[in-house]
Structures are given as structure tokens and as C-alpha cells.
Design a protein around this ligand. Structure first.
Ligand code: TYD
Length: 187
């Protein structure tokens, strides 16, 4: 019964978003749906080592939809905000330097439970401890130079989306592989 009501509320919310032309909001995780958008940064370690294509391919092959992607240089303000939870650490200075060593590629990725899925694909922070098969496990020998950043919760995903993308840089378009990626009741 609760599920039926949640589905009705979700349908109503999505219709409202469509009617009011607020598709951008649909991209943010909403509490009635497991369809989410997450942010990945391909760090300077990925850019410099020439593995951008390989890492992006992993997300595509998994069935995740790319709804935003761009190259940018992170400003002091962006890095300070992004890693505010580490600002008190002695290594904060070197992380900042590392994130500004070259441009990064920012991606907005959409899918069911995608925040958790992408964290799993990334692997644990320390590349030396990350499981083989994960991005960090396969491409990194370091804690700092660990190839990717991935949002860790719906709240941080929403903040990071707003931090790195403007509304016009996030796209809503049909994903033709959806019927072969998900069952109807998973969407
Ligand atoms: P953190 O948010 O703890 O990890 P994650 O990226 O897995 O969410 O840390 C952010 C980045 O800071 C991490 O990707 C690499 C760097 N870092 C270090 O260089 N040394 C450290 O001891 C930690 C904890 C992080």
C-alpha cells in the first residue's frame, strides 16, 4: 500500500516537473525515486596518464548515462569547498595542488542508484588497497593520485552538481538502451 502511494506521489511530482518545465530538478536525486545523478571528477592523474577514454568507457559499458561532461581548471574556491571536510588535515595543501596540477574532466552520470554504483566502480580511496577490477584498483598506486572523485551521498551529489555545472550543461535525452539496461519496475 505504501509503495503504491509512493508511486502515485512520484508520478505526480514528475508530472509537475514536466508541466512546469523544471526538468533540471528531475536530475537531482528525489526521495521517491532511485534514479539519481552523481558527479565524477577525472582527476589530473587520469588526464596526465592518458586514461580518460578507458575510465569513461567503464561508466558507459556499465549502462550509466552521461548527462554532462566538460574539462575545467578547478579554482581555489572550488577545491576548498569540495574538500572542506579535509581542510584541517596536514595534507590538505598537497591535495589542493594535485587537483590543480592540470585541468580535470567533470562528469554528471545518471542511473538507478548511480551514486552507490559509481562509488563501487571507483573502489576505496587508497589505490593500493582498492580491489582489482575497480578503477582505483586497476589504475592507481596512491591515495592522492587515485584517478577519480565520486560523490558519496545524494546530498553531496546535489551540491557537487551545482558546484561544477550550470543548469544548461546538464542534459535530458532519451537513453535508448534503457529497456535493455533495466526492468520496468526498476525505473
Ligand atoms: P576522501 O573524501 O576521504 O576520499 P574519497 O575520494 O574516496 O571520497 O578524500 C578525498 C581525497 O583526498 C582522496 O580521494 C585523496 C585525498 N586523500 C589523501 O591524499 N590522503 C588521505 O589520507 C586521504 C584520507 C585523502
Amino acid at each position: 500500500m505504501v509503495i503504491i502511494w509512493m508511486r502515485k506521489i512520484k508520478k505526480f511530482t514528475l508530472e509537475l516537473i514536466k508541466e512546469k518545465n523544471l526538468q533540471f530538478l528531475e536530475s537531482f536525486s528525489n526521495s521517491f525515486s532511485t534514479m539519481q545523478v552523481t558527479v565524477v571528477l577525472l582527476k589530473p592523474s587520469a588526464v596526465q596518464r592518458g586514461i580518460l577514454g578507458e575510465v569513461i568507457t567503464r561508466f558507459e559499458k556499465k549502462g550509466i548515462q552521461i548527462v554532462g561532461m566538460k574539462m575545467l581548471c578547478l579554482t581555489d574556491e572550488m577545491v576548498s569547498e569540495h574538500y572542506a571536510h579535509l581542510a584541517h588535515k596536514p595534507f590538505f595543501g598537497r591535495i589542493k595542488e594535485s587537483m590543480q596540477a592540470s585541468p580535470v574532466v567533470a562528469m554528471a552520470l545518471k542511473g538507478v542508484d548511480v551514486i552507490n554504483v559509481v562509488r563501487q566502480l571507483a573502489g576505496v580511496t587508497n589505490g593500493r588497497e582498492a580491489a582489482p577490477g575497480t578503477i582505483r584498483g586497476d589504475y592507481s598506486m596512491s591515495v592522492q593520485e587515485n584517478i577519480v572523485h565520486a560523490s558519496d551521498s545524494p546530498e553531496t551529489a546535489a551540491l557537487e552538481l551545482a558546484r561544477f555545472f550550470s543548469e544548461s550543461e546538464i542534459f535530458t535525452y532519451p537513453h535508448f538502451l534503457h529497456p535493455f539496461t533495466y526492468a520496468n519496475d526498476e525505473l
